[in-house]
Design a protein around this ligand. Structure first.
Ligand code: SAH
Ligand code: SF4
Ligand code: F3S
Length: 396
């Protein structure tokens, strides 16, 4: 049955159309998934609203990367109880990474009865069916779908949040299993979109007048490994920069273990590609990098940074750092401070380690206290601030 088409037929009879409120948490990949879903919902005949109190359909697209992200979502969906009491007809759905975890489905099913249905990161194509069931059978109590389907890209929608800046996923999933990270568990194995589809999307967005296009993936440097024949990321980047139009290209995120010189050369040689690279370091200690399963050393990391700075004049490099990974000592932390001073990052995104159930690091002994972690965080931020101030003075 064509559920999306059937819903559209029902909705065209309604005036004004029912409204949808959709909010995404988490990384840009997740926000992009949320926009793609919103595009499909608008195509079904809903109108978008910012007013959650009057919406006919409320969707939260969630993130599981840190405990704080999950707590925030649970707080918000807890509050939706009052909205449901005032308007029993409202349909409430929760999707994305957090609900891909069976224990979260159990929790929502048992304790958040205002939620009508949940669907995981593989089940976007099942959304019309779940919505149709909820719309047509008000006696239904809680549906969910967290099956790991294989056909995720069958129905991608290019809907964007902004009129100038656009984002296109080039791949899904992650194969790296960094020991602290939940992403490979909630997004499955890496799969890449065909290069022709991505270039066609870039062309469509460029023709619409988008000025900035960002290519998204958890590890864009391993783009194309699953394609037959494989396509290196540098090739995609080069072809993307050759698409006609007045736009600049960005990409996020790079994994240092797969960041090769050919990618840096393409950035250096293409005026269309933004001279900024986000290259998550996580830690400056080789011992911790190994425990994190990152497959590079601080020396290898600095080699990439140096090559990028030499090859691309004015190149800005930003990074992610985790403080307080299990077993991180003062010495390990000092190693991170050292490399932060040496690399002179344009921006640091800093996170205190959050234990994620099901990951390898969750089983490692963690003796560092919260206070020690907070002190390290404050020191790291202050070191980075001094670097930024010095660079600003140099520019003046
Ligand atoms: N795939 C991307 C990162 C996705 S998560 C990449 O590898 O760059 C974004 C950032 O969140 C990571 O780079 C890491 O710094 C941080 N992060 C992931 N899991 C975390 C955890 N359990 N605790 C604290 N920070 C975490
Ligand atoms: Fe997580 Fe590592 Fe994959 Fe990034 S590369 S999503 S940090 S497992
Ligand atoms: Fe969060 Fe999922 Fe992204 S866990 S960081 S929204 S891939």
């Amino acid at each position: 049955m064509d559920y999306a088409g059937t819903i559209k037929q029902i909705l065209t009879k309604l005036s004004p159309p029912p409204t949808v409120y959709l909010h995404s948490f988490g990384c840009r990949q997740n926000v992009s998934d949320g926009n793609s879903l919103l595009g499909k919902i608008l195509d079904m005949g809903f109108a978008e609203t910012d007013d959650i109190n009057t919406a006919a359909l409320i969707i939260y697209n969630t993130c599981a990367v840190r405990e704080s992200a999950e707590k925030k979502v649970l707080g918000i969906i807890g509050e939706l109880k009052h909205i449901k009491e005032n308007n029993p007809d409202v349909i409430i759905a929760v999707c994305g990474c957090m609900v891909q975890q069976p224990q979260i489905i159990e929790l929502i099913k048992n304790s958040y009865r205002q939620v009508d249905f949940c669907f995981g990161t593989f089940a976007y194509d099942k959304f019309p069916e779940l919505l149709y069931n909820a719309l047509t059978d008000r006696n239904l109590r809680f549906q969910y779908d967290i099956t790991e389907y294989k056909n995720e890209y069958s129905n991608f929608n290019l809907h964007q949040e902004d009129n100038e800046r656009a984002e296109i996923p080039i791949m899904q999933g992650c194969n790296n299993f960094c020991t602290y990270c939940i992403v490979p568990y909630v997004r499955g194995r890496e799969r890449s979109r065909p290069i022709g589809d991505i270039l066609a999307d870039i062309k469509t967005l460029a023709d619409k007048g988008y000025k900035e296009i960002t290519l998204l993936g958890q590890n864009v440097n391993s783009y194309g490994n699953t394609l037959k024949p494989p396509v290196p990321f540098s090739k995609l980047l080069k072809r993307a920069a050759e698409v006609e139009g007045d736009f600049i290209l960005r990409f996020i995120s790079s994994h240092p273990k797969d960041m090769r010189k050919d990618v840096i050369d393409v950035i250096a040689d293409s005026p269309k590609i933004c001279k900024e690279i986000h290259l998550p370091l996580q830690s400056g200690s080789n011992r911790i990098l190994e425990l994190m399963n990152r497959h590079y050393s601080r020396e290898m990391y600095m080699e990439i940074v140096k090559y990028a700075k030499k090859r691309i004049p004015g190149c800005k490099i930003s990074t992610d750092i985790i403080i307080g990974f299990p077993g991180e000592t003062e010495y390990d932390f000092e190693q991170t401070i050292d490399i932060v001073k040496e690399a002179e990052f344009s921006h640091l995104f800093t996170f205190i380690y959050s234990k994620r159930k099901g990951t390898k690091a969750a089983l490692m002994e963690d003796k560092t206290t919260d206070l020690q972690k907070r002190i390290r965080m404050t020191e790291l931020i202050s070191v980075q601030r001094k670097i930024a101030e010095r660079r600003e003075n140099e520019i003046k």
